[in-house]
Design a protein around this ligand. Sequence first.
Ligand SMILES: [Zn+2]
Ligand SMILES: [Zn+2]
Length: 312
Amino acid sequence: MNYILFAVPFFFLLIALELLADRWRGTSTYRLGDALNSLSAGVLSTTSGLLTKGIGLVTYVFAWQHLALFELSAQSAWVWVFAFVFYDFCYYWNHRLGHERSILWAAHAVHHQSEEYNLSTALRQTSTGFLFGWIFYLPMAVAGVPPLVFLTVAALNLLYQFWVHTRHIPKLGWFEWVFISPSNHRVHHAQNPVYMDRNYGGVFILWDRLFGTFQEELDEEPVVFGVTVPLASWNPLWANLQVYAALWNDARRAGSWWDKLRIWFMRTGWRPADVAARYPLQKPDLATFRKFEVPLSRGRQWYAALQFAGYV
Ligand SMILES: [Zn+2]
Ligand SMILES: [Zn+2]
């Protein structure tokens, strides 16, 4: 059963509510091009997922059948609670390395390219996460968590993450200590140096507090959303390829074979010395940061929105 697909109408309903909240409060957290780009990435991810999600499932079931150390039953309530928490622990490491290692960042970057932050950003999902993502959940199969339980807690984890993508909800007191919240996830989507590579949990922020990756949202440091190498495009296919293409180009230009090979597995941002010298990347200055925009007349905006609604 595909839980996420059933939730889609509620996603759109909540997006409509957030747009109304924008109206009432006189704020603007949406721009048409950006929102359509995020939703297009979501559509692409869902569509390609019909073919690619099988990889994660097949490897999981195989590992569960052949490597499981314990027989855990889907009938026991504690197995569900255990699986829910265990999944988030695996998610933490998948997500953390998704930021820290180049080849994994190439897949995950899609979720971070939006320079806005709203509920449409939540649906901005990668189409290539299937390549390596499955590896991080194999410990659950080895522990004996049945595939049905695994799939269900995975869907619940992803569903939970939807509501935190909003600027309308402030800090939530004690909640901030235990759970991922709108405030601590805004930090995660920031490109301010003080906020980078922080708050990786899916449901629980406890892992970040435990492993030293927690950062609180600070009043004196307003979040600038987006990535330091901007996508600067509304093309959802390019959104999925941009980082791979940059790594490929650097690998091609590198003089040494060792560099050509290791560039994929190095820390995100690492470049071979000869390539960095010949093709320098200028670090953007956040003080002069401007969001990517393509100015469109009202008529064209309506056309873009209607065409998008049609193909969805
Ligand atoms: Zn992330
Ligand atoms: Zn997010």
